[in-house]
Structure formats: structure tokens, C-alpha cells
Design a protein around this ligand. Sequence first.
Ligand code: ATR
Length: 283
Amino acid sequence: MTTPLSFKRFGVAGNPIAHSRSPFIHEAFARQTGIALHYDRILAPLDGFADAVQAFFQQGGAGLNVTVPFKEQAFALARDHLSARARMAGAVNTLWMENGHLHGCNTDGLGLLNDLERLGHGPAGKRILLVGAGGAARGVVLPLLDAGCATLRVVNRTAERAAQLLAHVLGQAPAAAPRLSAGGLDQAAGPWDIVINATSSSLGDTPPGLPAGCYAPGALAYDMVYAAQATPFMLQARAQGAARTADGLGMLVGQAAASYAIWHGVQPQVEPVLEALRQALYT
Ligand code: ATR
């Protein structure tokens, strides 16, 4: 099937990519906002991401989302035209061409912030525990600080990596020092108002080994991963006294909404698309 010329082309590049829900989300936003677009999944070879990006834009592509494992490579490709958010995250999930130059932004942090607000647990004034120190955690530390959290502790199975992440963040935002700390999982004891799982543990079936006593009354446990059932982290959180648990589907739709706003200059509504996606995935 060919794409009508009036349809701008967008896509998401990753490896693997077959599971990506981004086409569903962007096509739903397009219907909602009355914009004609075509959105593809692009399987980029593990050693051929730069070529895939070049080909996409040479063939008239207007905007490209980037997912695992290419976000750092996308950052490098757009290094001359990065948004402040991308520079903070050290990774790019949204690419576009402007005046012949490749631009990059990272909307993951915005997606998380939007979802926490949607859930009624906005980060301002909250004590937050962030579990994990890989790319997923790195993308959200500065947005959480910027959103005015009271304190933020990053803990990781390998404590050294949490310390490295802390040093990286303080290099860019030294004023955050009084609010920011790092340690191993044994330093996770709370109470915390929000506990965010940014580890990949939920892709297996064991939760991160958090001690009891993490959760303040009314606390939210948020897993950045999403799944049909409660994730191992969410189950652990309920057993340990979290008042509310949520998975990361809302963050996924939220980061897509922020990409959509960059590309189209229109802010789509997240809630109806989130509902439709949950229905499509799990019923
Ligand atoms: P991503 O880009 O998704 O963050 P990553 O950079 O590979 O992926 O990081 C994975 C994160 O999940 C790390 O923080 C990892 O902890 P280590 O640094 O100690 O490896 C964490 N992780 C993965 N499985 C885990 C588990 N079962 N328990 C606790 N942490 C886990």
C-alpha cells in the first residue's frame, strides 16, 4: 500500500520493534486532532542505526521516535541540536529535521511527570525513591527535581552505578545536591511518598529487593514497565503497604503526546488514548 502524498511520515526505530505500541498511539492522536499522518515501525539493524535514520529522513520522513537500544546513538546523531531535556537525559527518543539539521529531544521525563499528575500524585513537595540507575532512571531524575520534589534518593542493586548517576546529575545541576542522595537497595528505607521502579526487573518475575518500610501513608508505587497484570514490583509494593500502585502505560502515552506536540504543535489528550490502548492490549 502506498502512502498518499499529503500524509506526513513518522515512525519509531528500535530493535526489536514488533511489540511497539507507538503506531497505535500516534494514529489515535492523529484522529483526535484531525491531522493526516502515517506512522511505521522501523526495525533498525543493531549495527545500522545511523544509516536507518539517514534513509528515513532522506525519503521524506518528518519525525522519528527512538527506542531500545538506540537512544544514546540518537543523542550522538543529534548532538549539535539537542533540547535541554535531551542533554540532561544523555539520550534521545524524538528526532526531527529543522532547516536541514537533525534535532533531538527526550520526552520520557515529561511522560512520567504527566502520568504522576494524572494519578493525583504530582511530584512537587514529595519524598521520592527512584529504584534503578540505568537509562530509564537517568531520563527521569532531572525532570523529577525540576518538578520540585522535596527529596530524591536513587538506589540501585549495584550501588556504584547509583553513585555514578548522582555524580552525573550533580555535574549538570549542582544546586540539586541538598535534595539528592544515592545508595544501594539496603538504603531504600523510607518513608517515601512515591517509589518509582526504573529497573528492568519487572521484565523477569522478581521484584527489586526493597526492604520493608519504604511506603509513607497514602504512598504511590509506580512501575515504569507496563503489563496485563500487576507487575512483581506492584505486588511487592501492595504487600509492603503502598496505598496505590500504577504501571507505566500512562507514561508511554504521555511521552508520545509530548513527541506529538513537538512535531505537530498540538497537545493531544492522553486519557482517551490511554483508555483505548489498555482496552486494545488487555481485553
Ligand atoms: P534501562 O535502560 O532499561 O534502564 P539498563 O541500563 O540495562 O536498562 O539498566 C537496568 C537497571 O535495572 C539497572 O539499574 C539494573 O541494576 P544493576 O545496575 O545492578 O544491574 C536494574 N535491574 C535489573 N534487574 C534487576 C533485579 N532483578 N533487581 C534489581 N535491579 C535490577
